[in-house]
Design a protein around this ligand. Structure first.
Ligand code: LLP
Length: 449
């Protein structure tokens, strides 16, 4: 039997108007086209070129405050440590830091970025399954708030390092609760066959062992079950119920525990997924952990920054294939890799008022990179667009710029922040000199060109 041809048109996609209505920082101006806050995206493209990431400071603040208010409203004593990996831009970190966010970091680079943006070491938590000795030394020297250890081997390493440096490391054990968060396989982390955390059954004994080691102060337990969780609170509740069980075990052994790190993972609606609210998450935490009398910590990344950013791109060319219309943009998989990597759906809006209102017909939106995987969307309803016309990829604030590369020797795109009616470049577009200049010839080839 012949395989049916892929549908030309993805029927159930939300309309441009629906996409806009769900994104308060984006509006359509009759003359200037799409605005992020008070700034026309066309103005940014004119000044900075494309592709360019554009972040809304107001959205970052609004979301941080909504999350903090939800936690407070549930009566929780909670600290938010923004998962820096989602967006490491200095200005983004500075906005969130000024709101009171701490940082959840996973590398020396992220530790440095958080400190550079003014987040104090006492608000930094170090997560990750493979912290190097060098990274741990730096974390200990900076005396960061907490290290989330992921194995007995790592705990031994922290104890030895801290003792030799005359430091005491505040350590939490990241527990793998063996629950299925129901997310994309590449971003689920809480199943027993994932590389993350300490097996639930081993956690209590390891906690007790940790308490006997020099150089370590056991402070708590942590978990993170996955990312882009949109299917309700059941997985969170299951994981947190296991943490509560563990807290009882820890206390029954007379061991100290000061806090619980509830991880990140709260999803956002990229298309029209049912978005779990921060209130729902706060309620799940309250219901499962609220009775323990311990402060909690959260490590959200995507929920805070995802909806705050767009990737602004220009049409390079529109071409008619044998059966499909292709819109080739100057952004590619090296800029926004999520569609290629996770089959992720991102809203795509035309920027000009004319294109926004024009008749939309199915098109495949692709980048110029030499791989079929360099496809942002198939059968997306979009108008005819001429070279130079602009489109905005929505919800690109999280895992966008941070995952980009120079594949096909395409320089890293610029990053811009808007605030009301102002905008500023907050990361320069990479120059060709910066991209190519680090290459060296071995001494025996020095006379080559
Ligand atoms: N805490 C830990 C230990 C994590 O590993 C992560 C994300 C977070 C917190 C933040 O999770 P969030 O709140 O952002 O879901 N590149 C993928 C997502 C990878 C997530 C990795 N860990 C994507 O583009 O969907």
């Amino acid at each position: 039997m012949a395989t049916p041809a892929p549908a030309l048109f993805a029927e159930a996609d939300p309309s441009f108007t629906d996409l806009l209505a769900a994104r308060p920082a984006l509006t359509l101006h009759a003359h200037d086209g799409l605005l992020l806050e008070g700034v026309a995206l066309a103005r940014i493209a004119e000044a900075v070129g494309s592709p360019t990431w554009v972040y809304s400071a107001g959205t970052l603040r609004r979301r941080y405050r909504a999350l903090a208010a939800a936690l407070k409203g549930a009566g929780l004593e909670a600290e938010i440590h923004y998962a820096v990996k989602a967006n490491t831009n200095r200005a983004v970190l500075a906005v969130l830091g000024a709101e009171g966010a701490g940082a959840d970091i996973v590398s020396e680079g992220e530790l440095r970025a958080a400190r550079q943006a003014g987040i104090s070491a006492s608000h930094i938590v170090f997560s990750g399954v493979g912290k190097s000795e060098r990274e741990l030394r730096l974390a200990l020297a900076e005396d960061i708030h907490q290290i989330n250890a992921e194995s007995a081997e790592e705990i031994a390493m922290i104890s030895a390092l801290a003792s030799s440096l005359g430091r005491t490391a505040r350590v939490a054990i990241r527990v793998n609760p063996d629950v299925d968060a129901g997310t994309h396989a590449k971003i689920t982390t809480g199943k027993s066959d994932n590389k993350f955390g300490v097996a639930f059954d081993d956690a209590l004994a390891l906690y007790a062992h940790m308490a006997s080691l020099p150089g370590i102060q056991p402070v708590g337990i942590a978990t993170h079950i996955g990312s882009q969780i949109t299917n309700g609170m059941a997985a969170y509740r299951a994981a947190y119920a296991r943490l509560a069980e563990l807290v009882h075990g820890i206390r029954a052994r007379g061991l100290p525990i000061q806090r619980i790190d509830c991880g990140g993972g709260l999803g956002i609606p990229y298309r029209d997924e049912p978005a779990p609210s921060p209130e729902a998450l706060a309620g799940a935490i309250k219901a499962t952990l609220g009775g323990l009398g311990l402060p909690v910590m959260l490590e959200p990344g995507r929920w805070l920054v995802g909806p705050a950013g767009v990737l602004l791109a220009s049409i390079v060319i529109q071409k008619q294939g044998a059966s499909r219309r292709f819109l080739v943009t100057d952004a590619a998989m090296n800029d926004l890799v999520r569609p290629a990597m996770y089959e992720a759906w991102h809203g795509i809006l035309p920027v000009s008022p004319r294109a926004f209102a024009a008749e939309a017909t199915p098109a495949d939106v692709v980048g110029p990179v030499c791989e079929s995987g360099d496809t942002f969307a198939r059968g997306r309803a979009l108008p005819l667009l001429k070279p130079g016309e602009l489109v905005a990829f929505l919800d690109a604030g999280a895992y966008g710029a941070v995952m980009s590369s120079t594949y096909n020797l395409r320089p890293l795109a610029a990053e811009v922040m808007v605030e009301g009616d102002r905008f500023a470049v907050v990361r320069d577009r990479q120059s060709y000199d910066a991209m190519l200049g680090a290459g060296r010839l071995p001494s025996w080839m020095e006379n080559a060109p």
